[in-house]
Design a protein around this ligand. Sequence first.
Ligand code: HEC
Ligand code: CU
Length: 308
Amino acid sequence: MLLSLLPIPEQASTQSVAIDTLFLVFTALVVFFTVLVSVVLTIFAIKYTRGSKADRSNPLDGSLKLEITWSVIPLVLAIGAFSWASYVYFDLVHPPADSMEVTVVGRQWMWKIQHPTGQREINELHVPVGRPVKLTMTSQDVIHSFFIPAFRVKQDVVPGTYSQLWFEATKPGTYHLFCAEYCGTEHSRMIGSVVAMEPQDYEKWLQAGSTNESMVQAGERLFRDKGCSGCHAGNSSVRAPLLNGISGGPVPLDDGTVVPADDLYLRDSILLPKKQVAAGFKPIMPTFQGQLSEEELFQLIAYIKTLE
Ligand code: HEC
Ligand SMILES: [Cu+2]
């Protein structure tokens, strides 16, 4: 339709229509008022130019009606724009609960991706259409930004923390993936593609990719190999909290605050154990900073989240 005439990327996600409509309506409003003001300005400038024969006998000395009109209309428009844009924004930042979770690690200069089933890919992301996909992302060096123009989603990827992005692809195809944050000499080559597939093709693709362990299995192995189970298992002689059922729930800390055990909390508990100490326990957990890759952290977190 009309949109396809405009020089904008293809619309291939559920969010893209909402974002484009918002963008076009804002643009139309801005153009409308710019034209209105410039035309009226030009007409008056010509009409009342010095020496013109315009009638200047009854100069207007303020008009309450006019002033209220030009205050109330923009106010209503601005509040409307704010509410509408917030609505679209909240949808963008709240992934649906049933989203498929994929992890992304950015580095100079590539995207490393892992699916829950264990398949890994570099600079490519295969996803099924018609299903919300949530990306949990971090960087192992500098700030990058994950950008899929056809899905109208872009999110900074920052070292030391997790950021999220979600989308639901609506039609099969291959779409551009860019790094949208200048990240060094080869930033412009930090590109890739997102391949949206029919669900049955995605299943086939998953089965064709070789993998010997899922993310949860890898996490379970690390939990043993890195010595976590030595303290955190039920039969341990060390007094450490059992991690069963911790994920998502509220965790009371020894400073009296209660925080949600989200991915970032679990990450920080492993890398910066002294930062937030679980209530009732001594801060004896050693830091694992420098001993676990970003991928291994994602796997450990995936495993901890399955503990019930
Ligand atoms: C030397 C024993 C020890 C080892 C080894 C250890 N931990 Fe801990 N861990 C603790 C103790 C004690 C606490 C509670 C105090 C605190 O929050 O720092 C804790 C807290 C945690 C928490 C926060 C739990 C909560 O209830 O808030 C997580 C998550 C965690 N550890 C994960 C791990 C992982 C993953 C590993 C392996 C990479 C590991 N731990 C290795 C002793 C240990
Ligand atoms: Cu980059």
